[in-house]
Every structure is written in structure tokens, then in C-alpha cells.
Ligand binder design. Structure first.
Ligand SMILES: [Fe+2]
Ligand SMILES: [Fe+2]
Length: 396
């Protein structure tokens, strides 16, 4: 199995634009094309993958650069660095198109576009790619509410905001220093899903179906997250394209921590995965080690969350505690992902009966722990995660 690949083009000043070639067995090749997405304030450049097989398959598309500026900076009223502000609106699109050329293909050659999950940095350039190529789109049905919805972005914006305020997060300041180029309510970048993915097994794309191209549903980072397993010629070893379900060195933010911890547990059953290629950051060559690390990481965050609530704490107070995150989270800034990360830990501890809401003050909710030893609480958390039928009627 080709673990290191070969760099065809190094990355540029925005840490994106790189093209890497991998060999999947004797005949098939795959290319990793890295496209611009902000780091520090975002997850960093998005890797998309081009699989050469009997069909040409693009996995994810990245994010249009004008949308990146709007989502990460204007709509959150964050300072936009001049080097990002000056990027052309189609910067990431050009990185992708020139990367395809370097791989020996034109965008029109793409037969299928497979979306790993319905987050903006993975599918929002899809409409443009479908327009240029006529590619058929495949995605898991559990993320269709986001991917197919013309109001998907503004829906998130409208529905999440009251919850973020209840967490105690300061509201975004009104009137940023620069003007947005588009409004979320009029930005329709939805896609039609031509090949819905509902079950694990061979990836079925309008007639393209092979034993060595498989799909698995791994919820938790988003409801409809999928991983694609590409087996070598003998079917012995696989490369796994996991979207954001596993990342390295950063850790993915769970949308649902119970589902995510179950996914980590289920992934331990995977055998013969030689290489995991995530959608951001570095490759993972030791899958089991990364799964163990991520489990410990969430155990640690559950402990910090539980212990903080010895005295009433809001979710935003937890998120901005020193050392809760590896990076400093500015308590005065609007940071939805940091709030969401602390929230899912509070949610799971509540489900385990270890936290309860002590009071609401000014619309902000405060939580208090049960006073037990964390070890006893964590045992209950593990039971919830292990016994999949325990939560089926209680949640969602
Ligand atoms: Fe992502
Ligand atoms: Fe994501």
C-alpha cells in the first residue's frame, strides 16, 4: 500500500494548493488536492480526493473562497487578515481545477461527486463542480436535510443562535469592519442527491459498484458522516477516506457525542486499514492509536466539564476555561464551534444523570454536578455508549 504518496505540487502561502498522488494497487491512482479553508478560525485547508477507477470519482469539493470569507469572518464579525481578504473569490476553485489538470483530468471528466458529510467546507463548491461536469452526487441520506436544502446555511444560523446565547456566548458584534459579499438567506448552494447512501457495503453509484470501493456510515461529527474504504487489488488492505470523522492533529467537534463515541468504538472493528486520509490536516497511519487517543481526549473533557460544575457554570464559562482547549478561546468572541464542543459534553453528562441545570440567569443556563466521584459517572457514560438501545427512545 502506498502510504506516503508523491507530491506533484507543493502547497502555496495559504497552506493549500498541494497535489499528492497515491497508488491504490497496480492500476488505480488517487489524488489528494488541498484547497483553501481558513485555519485558526476554521479547520484549515480541505483535502478533496480524486479516485481513478472505471468511473472518475471526486470525494468532497471544498469551500468557495468568497463563502469562506463570509462564513468565517464577516458573518461572525471577526477580523479578516489582509492576506485572506485579498484572495480572489474563486481561489479554492482554481486550486481544485488546476489540481485536476495536474492529475491528468478535466473537471468535465468527473462522473460522480461523493460528499463525506453536510458541512459547508465539504460540499459548498459542489454546485459549481456539478455545473461544470454534470457529475451525479452521492451523499448519506442523514445529511440530506443540510446538503439538499436551499436554506441550509441560514437554517443553521437561525436555529443555533438562541441555543448559543443560552450557553452564555457573547453575541456577534453588529457591523463588522468590512462588508459581506452575500447574505446567508440568499446563498443557495444546495445539491440534489442523485445517489442516496443509506446502508453500509459497496458504494453504489448509478451502475458503478465494485467489491473494493465500500462505504460505511459513521455518525457523530454529523448525522450522515460517511467513510469510503478503497481496498487494494487483493482486497487485503484499505485506504480509508474519513471526512472529518477522524482528524490529526486537531480533534473533530462532535455534533452528537454519544453517536461519536459509538463511532470510535465501531471503528475499532475495522481491520486491515493501512492508511486513514482525513479531510483536514495529516494522514493517520495508526488507526487504533488515534481511536484510543480520541476516546481518552473526550474522557478528559468530560472530567473537566464535570469538575468545573462543582459550582454553577454556563457552557461558555466551561469552553473558555484555561486548558479546556489546546488553543486559547477568547471569552469575548463569538465562537460557535467552541460552544458546541463544551455543550455536547454537558449534554452527555446530563444524560448520565451527573449534571443538572441549577438556574437560568439573563437567559443563560447554568449547570451543577451531582457531587459523585467522576469515575462512577464515567462508568455510566460508558454504559450509555456501549448499550446502543438505551438511548433509542430518549433522544432525538
Ligand atoms: Fe471539515
Ligand atoms: Fe465537518
Amino acid at each position: 500500500m502506498d502510504i506516503d504518496g508523491k507530491i506533484l505540487r507543493p502547497h502555496g502561502p495559504t497552506a493549500s494548493g498541494r497535489v499528492r498522488e497515491y497508488h491504490l494497487g497496480r492500476k488505480r491512482r488517487m489524488f489528494q488536492i488541498t484547497t483553501f479553508c481558513p485555519d485558526k478560525i476554521g479547520p484549515g485547508p480541505t483535502h478533496v480526493y480524486l479516485i481513478e477507477d472505471e468511473a472518475l470519482i471526486l470525494v468532497d469539493t471544498g469551500l468557495p473562497t468568497d463563502i469562506a470569507k463570509n462564513i468565517f469572518y464577516y458573518w461572525r464579525n471577526q477580523h479578516i487578515p489582509p492576506e485572506i481578504e485579498s484572495l480572489p473569490a474563486d481561489y479554492s476553485e482554481q486550486e481544485l481545477l488546476s489540481g485536476l489538470k495536474l492529475a491528468g483530468h478535466n473537471v468535465e471528466d468527473i462522473d460522480f461527486l461523493v460528499i463525506t458529510h453536510g458541512h459547508p467546507d465539504h460540499y459548498l463548491l459542489g454546485r459549481r463542480i456539478v455545473g461544470l461536469s454534470g457529475a451525479k452526487v452521492a451523499a448519506h441520506v442523514s445529511d440530506s436535510h443540510q446538503i439538499c436544502n436551499p436554506w441550509g446555511i441560514v437554517k443553521l444560523w437561525v436555529e443555533r443562535r438562541p441555543a448559543l446565547m443560552a450557553m452564555g456566548m457573547p453575541p456577534p458584534r453588529q457591523g463588522g469592519r468590512t462588508q459581506p459579499t452575500m447574505k446567508p438567506e440568499t446563498t443557495d448552494l444546495s445539491l440534489r442527491i442523485d445517489c442516496p447512501i443509506a446502508f453500509d457495503g459497496r458504494l453504489s453509484l448509478n451502475g458503478f459498484e465494485k467489491d473494493n470501493v465500500c462505504v460505511r456510515h459513521y455518525a457523530g461529527h454529523s448525522p450522515g458522516g460517511i467513510s469510503i474504504l478503497l481496498y487494494d487489488d487483493d482486497g487485503r488492505e484499505a485506504v480509508m477516506l474519513c471526512g472529518d470523522t477522524l482528524l490529526y492533529p486537531i480533534t473533530p467537534h462532535p455534533d452528537d457525542l454519544v453517536a461519536y463515541l459509538r463511532t470510535l468504538k465501531n471503528m475499532k472493528r475495522l481491520e486491515n486499514v493501512a492508511l486513514v486520509l482525513p479531510a483536514h490536516g495529516k494522514a493517520i497511519s495508526r488507526l487504533r492509536e488515534r481511536l484510543d487517543f480520541l476516546e481518552k481526549h473526550h474522557e478528559h473533557r468530560l472530567r473537566l466539564t464535570y469538575e468545573a460544575c462543582k459550582n454553577p457554570h454556563s457552557i461558555w464559562q466551561i469552553a473558555t476555561m484555561p486548558r479546556y482547549f489546546d488553543v486559547v478561546v477568547d471569552p469575548a468572541k463569538f465562537n460557535p464551534l467552541a460552544g458546541q464542543e463544551a455543550f455536547v459534553h454537558v449534554e452527555l453528562l446530563q444524560l448520565a444523570g451527573a449534571l443538572h441545570r441549577s438556574h437560568v440567569d439573563g437567559g443563560v443556563h447554568y449547570f451543577l454536578n451531582s457531587g459523585e466521584k467522576f469515575e462512577d459517572v464515567y462508568e455510566r457514560v460508558q454504559n450509555i455508549v456501549d448499550e446502543e438501545d438505551t438511548t433509542i427512545l430518549l433522544r432525538r
